[in-house]
Design a protein around this ligand. Sequence first.
Ligand code: C2E
Ligand code: CA
Ligand code: CA
Length: 727
Amino acid sequence: MSEINHLNSKSGKSTALFLALGLFLAALAIAYYVHNSQDEVLKQILKGQAERTETKLVKNTQHLLSDLDSLSKRWDSNGSDGNGQRLLDAQDFLKRTEGVQQVLRIDNEFQMVWSEPNLPSMTNQIDNILNDNDIVLKLIKARDNDRPEISKTFDVSNQKTVFIFRSFNRDTSFLGFIAIKVDVEMFLNNILGDPANVDFYTKAYANDEVVFANGPDLTSYSNLEFFELNLDEDADGWLFKVYPTDSSLNLIISPLPYFIAFAGSVIAFLFFLTLRSKQKATKESYKLASEISEREKVQFELEYLANHDTLTHLPNRHYITNYIETRVKQSKSTKQKFTILFIDLDHFKDINDTLGHAVGDEMLKKLPILFNRVFRHDDIIARMGGDEFIVYLPGEMSIGHVEKLVERFLKSLEYPIEIGEHLIRLTGSVGVAFYPDHGSDVNELLSHADAALYRAKDKGRNTFAVYDSEIEQKAKDRVNLIARLHSAYENDEFEMYYQPRYQLSSSQIIGAEALMRWNTPEGKVELPNKFINLLEETSLIIPVTLKMLRRCCVQYSKLVEKQPDLFMSFNISAKQLEHPDFLLSLQNILDETGFSANRLEIELTEQTLIQNVENSRFILDKLKEMGIAIAIDDFGTGYSSLSYLKNFQVDILKIDKSFIQDIDSDKDDLELVKTMIAMGKNLNIITVAEGVENETQLNLLNDESCEQVQGYYFKKAMRFYDFYQLV
Ligand code: C2E
Ligand code: CA
Ligand code: CA
């Protein structure tokens, strides 16, 4: 996946680069073309200018020369005496032609004989020039060929100067020369005009020497045109170079190609960037999209986990409470009604405890199938935790209707469920609450359905109860009672009574069981069945028990002083046994009160022991180490009875009073009691019969050699002072 992405992005990148490069090259080609055409145009223009310049130069020079010709002819005819006339002619000539600075007459001896204007400073210079061999040769040529000759260039007073010679001779004899001195610069400037106006510069060379230039240095110019010009037939020609002025060049050569190249590059670059960023954006958005879908997946999983029970995959407490809350809100406008069932499996804990949690879990996993057989698809079934479930039933339902539905559900539960080698039959209890009759919000509805569930359990399980005013009252009472128990603890309203236990053979008191009473502020003495369960549920049982045990140890020490064999039996609930500080607290109490551990017996029910077998075994071992005796309370009522006894170090079995009560009338119970006593003997465990109320029972027990007895037949539980007296 990521590999492909990587390749895609790579090829995408090179496509962008390729396209951009193409665009860039195209721009360069166009720029090159425009540049070339501009150059072509410039060449044409320069060629034209060169031709025009050449024509002008030729025309003007010829004009000058023919002017000089006609002057020489006139001087011929004037003869040698016409000096006055010659002066006028010369002055006229000088005026006519710009650049011509002097008119001279040279005699046939090649000596200057006359000059106009006649400036003495110049005379020497000209004399020097006339002595120059080249000039003499020129003069001879001019005489022989009878036509004008142009001298080489001289620097005269820092001015490039040429002389033009023309012989004037009468048909018969040679008389001399007319020479004109020409300032090259002035002459050419006059012909060529101001470069600023004509848009071209001109530079002239004679024998590689620059003789004229009206523009800047040529080296910076690549655009130039040149032509050669021979002013007389045999002279080495002058070379003229013509090149454009900056302003004219700018007119012809626009920066267009550069602009095109630049713009092209910019466009190509921008194109590349755009393409790249688009590809990047696509990539990013793909990445983002996959990230989002990944996130959505995680979100979905989180949401699923938050709203579902991982074991049964049913909606969980969180989900159902939210759901009901939403329904309640909606019903404010829709007036929708619905029903809540609060379901609790009876004795599910026992399955967990005896068959193991794995079996319990398997059991729970199968429950949705059971539920779905009874409830419709738009009913919502949620697991509240443990073995508690909520069913939301939409729409209005009559009590009769709910009754039928719940009965069907309870029936379906009874169907045996196969888990491994076990066949398990479940029963359940159901509490029913209607919306809006039994609550205006989710908490109220659920707690009322829960209260109804309590009621159903009270009725004997495997049944249901609809929330009503009686339940409401009970629920309120419960809350009320909890509050009163808290203050009872704080105000020391609990008291321990003692019920004596006897050795059957000797009818001697051998000890007593401590039983809790509650002296209410109203002056009533309440029995444990009124409050022990609530103390356990609220965990108040822990501090209350420790307080009571400490007190008992102090009181009982006085008795033990009198009768050192007397023991005290104390009931400990499962909550207390599970508490991590239990052993430590117990040891502290013994240490602080000085009560001997081997005078103490602890009563634990079968239920308590099997709730956490490992923990129970550990604690029992410790208690044994401390020297405390262990009694199994309510023996025979437990789920699994005898078999586990071998697992624990037990000293005493207290046969539950429900068996004792019926041994005089129920043969089965008698048989059971016989078996329990026999087994106790086998295992070397003392058996105690609880709840002995009459002589018949006592005699039967005596027959079976039960060792100890406790019951109303002897004594009820009494206050410490009374017990003290009794002993
Ligand atoms: P239990 O441990 O089985 O205690 C024996 C109960 O049987 C006592 O009831 C006692 O008064 C009653 N009893 C004794 N002889 C007879 C008889 O001949 N006939 C009848 N019908 N009943 C008899 P009590 O004191 O009401 O206590 C009830 C239960 O409350 C106890 O049953 C025990 O499970 C619990 N309990 C009492 N005190 C404590 C306590 O301090 N801690 C804990 N965890 N539980 C306590
Ligand atoms: Ca007991
Ligand atoms: Ca008991």
